[in-house]
Design a protein around this ligand. Structure first.
Ligand code: IMP
Ligand code: MG
Length: 175
């Protein structure tokens, strides 16, 4: 079996949209600093592209989370694989994620970060699959709402492959 990747969102479209988002985000944080919390691994590509286009002072930290086994998945419990290096108390935190699917990961993560008393806490995602939502999450900035299809590229993987594609594509399995 092999896979074919169909382009869903081109590199040009993504870059144009990230610039728009960066302008909106820079305007929101005007006169303040923003502390980006990038969600590993998928959020890294988007984080870099967004950070380069922000015009307010930026600092960056990384966090890695993963769902527990299937048994507990419905509870929304996720495991912290790598925590932040620095405290976020008093900071304007903007979580930067690749995609929001069921909302379980982000719902947990936002609650976890909120308990650390940041000055403000917002969420930015490159992609959103609203049809798949199981747990409600407040998303402040969305790049693209996409249909319920499995996508790769721009940080997103299929079994750890394709993260480096400069566009977003849909994985089509070929017999
Ligand atoms: P959630 O907790 O269901 O919202 O899961 C979000 C996580 O699932 C993302 O951070 C991705 O790692 C992964 N994910 C969800 N949909 C896709 C997809 O279409 N392609 C690749 N990874 C995905
Ligand atoms: Mg992710």
């Amino acid at each position: 079996m092999s896979e074919n990747i169909r382009v869903l969102i081109s590199e040009e479209e993504i870059e144009k949209r990230i610039l728009e988002m960066a302008k909106e985000i820079s305007e929101f944080y005007k006169g303040e600093e923003v502390h980006l919390v990038s969600v590993l691994k998928g959020g890294v590509f988007f984080t870099c592209e967004l950070a380069k286009r922000l015009t307010v002072p930026v600092s960056i930290d990384f966090m890695s989370v993963s769902s527990y086994g299937n048994d507990t998945k419905s509870s929304g419990v996720v495991k912290v694989i790598k925590d932040l290096d620095e405290a976020i108390e008093g900071k304007n935190v903007l979580v930067v994620e690749d995609i929001i699917d069921s909302g379980r990961t982000l719902s947990y993560l936002m609650g976890n970060l909120k308990s650390r008393k940041p000055k403000s806490l917002h969420l930015c995602t490159l992609l959103d699959k609203p049809e798949r939502r199981v747990i409600d999450v407040q998303v402040d900035y969305t790049g693209f709402a996409i249909p319920d299809e499995f996508v790769v590229g721009y940080g997103l993987d299929y079994m750890q492959h394709y993260r480096n594609l400069p566009y977003i594509g849909v994985v089509e399995l070929e017999a």
